[in-house]
Design a protein around this ligand. Structure first.
Ligand code: AKB
Length: 330
């Protein structure tokens, strides 16, 4: 029976001849608004619904449909999927690594119970579902340079534990019920919108502080190497992966990345735009998290199976971020 369900789900989503209707949860976090913009250029504004439990700004409302959706309310989610005839679910709601450590019970609810809800929902309504995972799904026992797609995963943050859980339950539902579960492990994502609560966030905050004040206090050591990618690459990876025919996918969870750098390498590059940039280093508890994460991410499976290719390296990432962040302050 599971074989039968599998075949049906593969052919059913998205239905022939019309664009998929897409619901994005956690839509007002770092990735949601830009993701909705990209998907709306492909599938039409009315077909991409952004959702969150936060009151949106006027500009979010002007960009396309926005609704309240609480990922802990299963019936509420069912109602949305039925009323809006949703085909794809992009599940961004999560507490990130640093903030998760500050409130473990909340992280368990949002990151684990929330995933139970959306996975079950996707199974019931045969949705294609995307759940992001992260370099944070690895830990001190994993090889760090490079970190392959399949290796030891023993993360030491609740964020990492919840993401390993999401990967495994998604794969389980795929094998058992034929759920079209898709998951990319992202590195630190760099965007002009502030991420909030992550360990890789220094690489966003430094742009804002450098361009406004000419100085920055970094909470990681200067030599802390972490994998990173520009938001445009990240969202293009998501779109290409969601569109990839099932036959190309050899697994449901893929590493993706673009580059790896340290704070001092980023600061040196940013110094070309902010000549008197002054950075001091005061490592805090986030250093321990970073020290347990991959330094270099091996995404060769994604490159081989569905032809993932990044566009932005450190130099053009910095060029674009300087422009993006400057626009924020005009
Ligand atoms: C974090 O730092 O928690 C996130 C991530 C790498 O998943 N940006």
């Amino acid at each position: 029976a599971s074989q039968l369900i599998h075949r049906r789900s593969v052919h059913q989503v998205p239905p022939e001849g019309r664009p998929p209707k897409i619901l994005i949860t956690g839509g007002l976090g770092q990735l949601g608004i830009e993701c909705a913009k990209l998907l709306r250029t492909q599938y039409g504004s009315e077909n991409v619904i952004l959702s969150d439990i936060i009151k949106p700004s006027q500009s979010v409302l002007e960009n396309g449909p926005y609704i309240f959706a609480d990922i802990l309310d299963f019936k509420g989610l069912q109602k949305i999927v039925v009323n809006h005839r949703i085909d794809w679910l992009i599940h961004f709601s999560a507490l990130l690594s640093a903030v998760g450590e500050q409130n473990v019970p909340l992280a368990v609810r949002v990151n684990i119970e929330g995933v139970h809800n959306v996975i079950e929902l996707a199974k019931q309504y045969r949705l294609r579902i995307f759940v992001p995972s992260t370099i944070g799904a690895f830990g001190p026992d994993s090889p760090r340079n490079p970190t392959p797609n399949v290796t030891i995963q023993r993360p030491r943050t609740i964020y990492g534990v919840s993401k390993v859980h999401a990967e495994l339950i998604g794969e389980y539902y795929y094998h058992k019920f034929g759920l079209d579960f898709r998951c990319l492990r992202f590195p630190g994502v760099i965007s002009s919108d502030p991420p909030g609560g992550g360990t890789t966030d220094y690489a966003v905050a430094v742009f804002h502080d450098a361009l406004r004040h000419g100085k920055y206090t970094c909470y990681l050591r200067p030599d802390t190497r972490l994998p990173m990618m520009y938001i445009e690459d990240c969202l293009r990876a998501l779109l290409e992966f969601m569109r990839a025919p099932n036959e190309l996918l050899k697994r449901r969870v893929y590493n993706v990345t673009a580059m790896s750098f340290t704070p001092e390498e980023l600061v040196a590059e940013l110094g070309n735009h902010v000549p008197n940039l002054h950075v001091i280093y005061k490592p805090d508890s986030r250093q321990l998290i970073a020290d347990s994460w991959p330094e270099v991410f091996d995404d060769s499976d994604a490159r081989k199976d569905w032809h993932w290719q990044h566009k932005y390296d450190l130099t053009n990432l910095v060029d674009f971020m300087v422009k993006d962040v400057q626009e924020n302050y005009i």
